[in-house]
Design a protein around this ligand. Structure first.
Ligand code: AHR
Length: 544
């Protein structure tokens, strides 16, 4: 729990009457600091991750041009329309561990002639290579998103990665461009983000941080011209990895150690380091909670684990701050989301149902990313369709939007808006040996002045009587939408009414420039505020 800063808070909130406590409620006060804007929230925080795994690509995106499922050049129309609606900014592909076994040449040219491979990363299933570079880029263009290509370090080479980038980006008159044109695409594509390996501490080559630093430098020396360089991740809270990587990848030789980070911009490019972090019930990857029918203890441990994201960003950022005091290098959460127990019939497909718990985890994670917008510049939900904590599930021709999708939908107002710091005064949620803040809040102001506030009340039993004041502004009007349900594992099902579809939040009241509302137990809600125009700059004025 953060303490409100005495004077400002008193000034803004003193006039707000305390709501009466009821048995199943707690009191919460929030101060939004409109006069102290922070960093711009990079829309890429709403990025996605897609891997050749289970039904993530085949069925989830690709059905082929001859499929009875409505499609455009083989890509599902319903999935594309759903992703466009929530303005998905970028998609990371082709893996994951799959990327470390991927050879791009197997998946270009006439589809009927492409070799059939084996997906050794995921259950030795046959990889038909029907969805390759051209199909992925077509999908990206249909969605209106940017590509993030993860290159193969474990079984590939710098030459293979470089020729892939040339194939995609070379002018049509070059040899690589002519080959691309023969395969159906004359215009070069742009590749804004390139991932230099995936989990290089594990499936991406089983490397030490020392060794990876040198490999990274080698790949960067040939890939740097093509896009932003995203270094392979530290495994969650492996801070030693980040320290070693930054120390070794930034400096060539002790005699050459630069005193300023400017050196890196000129000599060696690290645009972002990545972190992979999954939510389990607790910290043990081997003991996972069921996706539905879980206990409150599982709920509590999942929330505790998700809150760790905040600590992880703080600690990776502290290392970055020493190496990069100017804040040039960002953090990409290249894989995040909930990982529940897998279907025993096909354990490698990582298909899981999505409940209210997933919505709360999504809301909490996105709030945390946003509140660190100065460093966290990208995140990729694992994974977009049919794998782990998805936005979308399909069942052949049927599609459903998950509770996680609804969170991304409601949070759209934050994309590209300016972070407004918040101070939150609320009790902890305690259960099963877990003690975590019950409330998470993130606020931002869009260019048109609209303020978006996302609130997660993760307490499964108690509603929050909330009072929200704005320092440096006064609220004129407010409305909200909420995702909640009776049961902690409520979920949508194909062909049935969606119990988690966002609803108007009733009882949002504006009085004397502040807002009061009740955030239901186990809910994610998003408020839209219109502030009163401030005379002059308005920066100093507070609500009366
Ligand atoms: O998202 C599933 C897997 O999780 C990815 O392939 C890998 O990078 C991570 O361990």
């Amino acid at each position: 729990m953060k303490n409100l800063r005495g004077v400002a808070v008193a000034g803004v909130l003193a006039c707000i009457a305390a709501a009466a406590s009821a048995a199943e409620t707690f009191e919460a006060r929030v101060l939004v600091e409109a006069a102290r804007p922070g960093a711009v929230i990079n829309p890429d925080i709403y990025g996605q991750f897609v891997e050749h795994l289970g039904r993530g690509v085949y069925e989830g995106i690709w059905v082929g041009p001859d499929s009875p499922i409505p499609n455009t050049r083989g890509i599902r129309n319903d999935v594309v329309a759903a992703l466009r609606k929530i303005r998905i900014p970028l998609v990371r592909w082709p893996g994951g561990c799959f990327a470390e076994n991927y050879h791009w040449r197997d998946a270009i040219g006439p589809r009927a002639q492409r070799p059939r491979g084996v997906n050794t990363a995921w259950g030795d299933e046959v990889e038909t290579n029907q969805f390759g570079t051209h199909e992925f880029m077509d999908f990206i263009e249909q969605v209106g998103a940017k590509p993030f290509i993860s290159v193969n370090l474990a079984s590939g080479s710098p030459a293979e990665a470089q020729s892939w980038m040339q194939y995609m980006t070379a002018p049509a008159s070059s040899g690589a461009g002519q080959e691309r044109a023969r395969n159906g695409r004359t215009e070069p594509w742009k590749i804004p983000f390139i991932g230099i390996g995936n989990e290089t501490w594990g499936c991406g080559g089983n490397m030490t941080a020392d060794y990876y630093s040198d490999v990274y430098r080698q790949y960067v020396s040939v890939l740097k011209p093509y896009g932003a360089m995203i270094a392979s991740d530290a495994n969650s809270d492996d801070y030693a990895w980040t320290e070693t990587f930054l120390t070794r990848a930034l400096h060539r030789h002790p005699a050459e150690v630069p005193t300023t980070f400017a050196y890196i911009g000129k000599q060696l490019q690290i645009d972002m380091i990545s972190v992979h972090f999954y939510t389990f019930s607790g910290n043990d990857w081997g003991r996972k909670s069921p996706a539905t029918g879980f206990s409150e203890a599982d709920w509590a441990r999942s929330m505790e684990r998700t809150w760790k994201t905040d600590e992880m960003i703080n600690r990776h950022s502290a290392i970055l701050d020493r190496h990069d005091p100017e804040g040039k290098v960002g953090i990409s959460f290249s894989e995040w989301g909930a990982w529940w127990a897998t279907n025993k019939d096909r354990p490698s497909n990582l298909y899981q149902l999505n409940t209210l718990r997933d919505a709360v985890i999504a809301g909490l994670s996105l709030n945390i990313f946003q509140n660190h917008a100065a460093r966290v510049r990208m995140a990729n939900l694992a994974q977009m369709v049919n794998v782990l904590q998805s936005l979308i599930l399909t069942d052949k021709e049927r599609m459903l939007l998950t509770p996680t999708y609804h969170v991304f939908d409601l949070y759209q107002g934050h994309q590209g808006a300016t972070l407004l710091p918040t101070q939150v005064e609320a009790p902890d949620y305690s259960s099963s040996g877990v003690k975590v803040p019950a409330l998470s809040v993130s606020a931002s102001r869009a260019i048109n002045g609209e303020v978006t506030i996302s609130v997660v009340n993760l307490d499964p039993a108690r509603a929050a009587n909330m009072q929200i004041g704005v320092a440096g502004g006064a609220v004129q009007a407010a409305s909200g939408q909420v995702i909640t349900a009776e049961s902690i594992d409520a979920r949508p099902d194909f062909g049935k009414p969606d119990p988690l579809a966002p609803k108007e939040l009733s009882g949002v009241a504006v009085r004397k420039g502040a807002v009061s509302l009740v955030a239901p137990a186990k809910s994610v809600l998003v408020l839209k505020l219109r502030l009163l125009p401030q005379p002059g700059s308005g920066a100093k004025k507070t609500a009366e």
